[in-house]
Design a protein around this ligand. Structure first.
Ligand code: PMP
Length: 439
C-alpha cells in the first residue's frame, strides 16, 4: 500500500484554516484523500509522501504541454525580470490577441480575462447587450463555470451537493446553496444533441433568447461528440433568429486544435470562450469573436474589468503555449491524437480481457471512461446510467498503482506522455482492474 500519511496530515491541518481543506470544491472528492502535490515534471507528478504518478488529471486540463514545460517556464522567468503586473498596458497583450485572432477562425477581436468562469460571464453580457434580449439557452450536463447566472445542471458525481436539474414544474434549481434563484430566471435548460428540442425552443422563444451557450463537445458529461449536423443547425437557427451563438471552448480550446473545436469542425460561432490550455497552468482566459459584438467592450457599452487581466506572466505563458503548439505545422496534434488513441485502445482491450462493461468516448487528447451496460453514451440521459461510484473506487485503485486520474472518469493527455507512460499506465490498469473485479 502506498503511504499517503503526509497528505492525510496536511489535509487535516489545512481544514483548520482553509475552509474545507481545498481551494476548489471538486478537489475534496478525491479518494482516499485529497493528495498534496510536491512537484510535477512532464507527464509525472509526485506527492508530499514521495509517491510518483503518471498524471492524467493534468491540473484539470491546462497542462496540455505537461508539467513544467521549459518553453512556458522560461518565458515566465523572462517576463518576471520586468515585473508581474502593471495596471498599464504592455505589448504582450496585443501580441497575444493578434496570435489568437490568427489561430481561432471566429476571432476578429479578443478580450483577456482571468478564468473560464469570467470569460463566460462576459460572453453572456456581450450577447445581451448586443441584441437586447435576456434569455440564455444552455444544456443539461454542460458546465460553464460557477457564476450565479449560469451554475445549474452540473453532473454531480465528484461533487458533494451539486447536480441541480429541472423539477417537475420545470423549475431550475441553483447549483449550490447561497446562489440567487433569481439569477437563473433567464435560463432555458435543454437536452443536448436533440435537434428537435433545439429547433422548437429557438423558434418559439427566439424573440426572447439572447444567446445559446454550448460546449462543442460535451466534455463535462461523457465527452460526447455533437451528432452530425447538430452544431450546424445551432449555427443556422441562431443566425436566422438573431441569437448569439457562444461555444464554450474552455476545455476544447487549443486541446482539440489550435483553432479550437470550432476550427476543427469548420464552424463559426459568434463568440468563443477559452481558458485552461491557453495559459499552460497560469490563470488566463479569453473571449473572442465577431467584431460587431466585441466592439461593445471597445466602445464602452459593456464593462469588462479585472485588476490582473492581461498581466505579463499570464500573457507570456499563453504566447509560449501558442508557439509550442504551432511548431511543425501542427504536428503536435497528430502526436496527441496518436497517444490518446493508443491509450484508449489499450484500455478497451483491458476492459474486454477483464469482462467489464465500459465505454470510452474520445475527442483527441481528452476522453471519458465509464463503467456502464449502455452500448453507447450519446446524451446526458445515457451518461447518467454509468456506475459512477464504481469508477471512483477504480480511480482510487489506479492511484495505488501509480496513475493519477480524475475521479469522475475524464482523462487528459499531454504532449509529454509517450509510449513508456502509456505502457506503464496499461500495466497499472491491468492490476487495478483485477482488484476491482475481485472487490
Ligand atoms: N467552461 C467549461 C466548459 C469548463 O470546463 C470550465 C471549467 N472546468 C469552465 C467553463 C470554468 O472555468 P474556470 O474553472 O477556469 O473558471
Amino acid at each position: 500500500m502506498k503511504t499517503l500519511d503526509k497528505s492525510r496530515v496536511n489535509y487535516a491541518e489545512s481544514q483548520a484554516f482553509l475552509a474545507g481543506g481545498v481551494s476548489s470544491s471538486l478537489r475534496s472528492a478525491m479518494k482516499p484523500v485529497p493528495l498534496f502535490a510536491a512537484a510535477g515534471s512532464g507527464p509525472r507528478i509526485s506527492d508530499v509522501d514521495g509517491n510518483e504518478y503518471i498524471d492524467y488529471l493534468l491540473g484539470y486540463g491546462p497542462l496540455l504541454l505537461g508539467h513544467s514545460n521549459p518553453a512556458i517556464t522560461d518565458s515566465i522567468h523572462a517576463a518576471l525580470k520586468c515585473g508581474t503586473t502593471f495596471g498599464l498596458q504592455h505589448t504582450g497583450e496585443f501580441e497575444l490577441a493578434r496570435r489568437l485572432t490568427e489561430a481561432l477562425p471566429c476571432a476578429e477581436q479578443v478580450v483577456l480575462s482571468g478564468s473560464g468562469t469570467e470569460a463566460v460571464m462576459l460572453a453572456l453580457r456581450l450577447a445581451r447587450a448586443y441584441n437586447g434580449k435576456r434569455k440564455i439557452v444552455r444544456f443539461h450536463g454542460h458546465y460553464h463555470g460557477w457564476a450565479d447566472s449560469i451554475f445549474t445542471s452540473f453532473p454531480s458525481s465528484d461533487m458533494r451537493q451539486f447536480g441541480s436539474v429541472l423539477d417537475s414544474d420545470n423549475q431550475i434549481f441553483p447549483g449550490t446553496e447561497g446562489q440567487s434563484q433569481q439569477a437563473l430566471e433567464d435560463i432555458l435548460l435543454l437536452p443536448w444533441n436533440d435537434s428537435a428540442a433545439l429547433e422548437e425552443t429557438l423558434r418559439r422563444y427566439g424573440h426572447e433568447i439572447a444567446a445559446v451557450i454550448s460546449e462543442p463537445v460535451m466534455c463535462n458529461s461523457g465527452c460526447i461528440l455533437p451528432k452530425p449536423g447538430y452544431l450546424e443547425l445551432m449555427r443556422k437557427l441562431t443566425e436566422e433568429l438573431d441569437i448569439v451563438m457562444i461555444l464554450d471552448e474552455v476545455i476544447t480550446g487549443f486541446r482539440l486544435s489550435l483553432g479550437g473545436a470550432h476550427g476543427k469542425f469548420g464552424l463559426k460561432p459568434d463568440l468563443v470562450t477559452i481558458g485552461k490550455a491557453l495559459g499552460g497552468g497560469i490563470a488566463i482566459s479569453a473571449v473572442a469573436g465577431r467584431k460587431e459584438l466585441m466592439e461593445l467592450v471597445g466602445n464602452g457599452t459593456v464593462s469588462h474589468l479585472g485588476t490582473l487581466n492581461g498581466n505579463c506572466i499570464a500573457t507570456s505563458a499563453a504566447l509560449a503555449t501558442i508557439s509550442e503548439l504551432s511548431k511543425a505545422g501542427g504536428a503536435v496534434y497528430e502526436q496527441l491524437e496518436q497517444t490518446a488513441v493508443r491509450l484508449v485502445e489499450g484500455i478497451r482491450r483491458l476492459l474486454v480481457k477483464h469482462g467489464i462493461a465500459g465505454i470510452i468516448n474520445q475527442a483527441g487528447p481528452v476522453f471519458h471512461m465509464m463503467f456502464t451496460d449502455e452500448l453507447k453514451v450519446e446524451d446526458f440521459a445515457s451518461f447518467n446510467k454509468r456506475d459512477a461510484a464504481r469508477y471512483t473506487e477504480f480511480a482510487a485503485g489506479l492511484l495505488e498503482e501509480g496513475v493519477l486520474v480524475r475521479s469522475n472518469g475524464l482523462w487528459y493527455v499531454s504532449t509529454a506522455h509517450g509510449d513508456q507512460e502509456i505502457d506503464e499506465t496499461l500495466s497499472a490498469m491491468d492490476r487495478a482492474l483485477n482488484t476491482l473485479r475481485g472487490g
